[in-house]
Design a protein around this ligand. Sequence first.
Ligand code: PAF
Length: 288
Amino acid sequence: MIIVRDKIDLRNRLHSFRNSRPSGRVGFVPTMGFLHDGHRSLMKAARTENECVVVSLFVNPTQFGPGEDFESYPRDEDRDFAICSNENVDYIFTPAVDVMYPPEPLTTVSVSVLTESLCGRHRPGHFHGVTTIVTKLFNIVQPDNAYFGQKDAQQVLVIKKMVEDLDFPIRVVICPTVREPDGLAMSSRNIRLSPTARKIAPVVYHALKEAQDMVRNGERDVGKILLGARSALEQYDKISVQYLDCRDRSTLKSLVYLDRPALLATAVFLDSVRLIDNVFLEPGEASL
Ligand code: PAF
């Protein structure tokens, strides 16, 4: 495993790889580090499908808003290196901020409509930061396949649309959310939960599962489904719901009646830690 901090260096190394293995595929796992089993599952998928695997570790400042947790975002480079080495990663790309962002860049990449609801509504500028950094990383790595987790459901839709609209010759692979045994979705931010908050945290997923059960039992009124999930979340004083929303699974258009596959997504603050999670609602699944 080779650790690379410079973008030209990485480009040259990947150029040599492609020259030596003309049909060799490059798989790319972009991350912000502090890796967990969710990231591991992306690396495993990349390892199975590609001859060369690149993981980036970069806490991207432009996707954090003022007052968000850029400074306190958990970081542990040595631990991340060990995890990547265990997963047989070929290259780790871990650039400094000034390597990725030379002074005063004037160009950004943004996707409209899909970024206006859910997390995008509450984190203005967040997705512009994500699509800009992912574009830059895609241009540096030029992967054949890029791997993302379904836990970031809106990010996945936004990146897929960007890849389609801008003709990136990249296959975007979405891997399922990886959960702790009690249902909590794996996240680098989970480390910041206090012991009490950690005990409460699985309710986020359980509330979404309750909504899925309502749909399986025939409920189609989105207002009622949201109310059920919200009361499950709000039974805990420590939880403050930032949003809980049910939208068309592909377009993110708002839904009043569940007549098509939908995404039920939420962001909550548990103490000061922001947790997100989502499930799909399939109206075809009613067991009535
Ligand atoms: O999902 C993340 O960790 C980040 O948003 C990403 C895709 C690595 C861009 O910084």
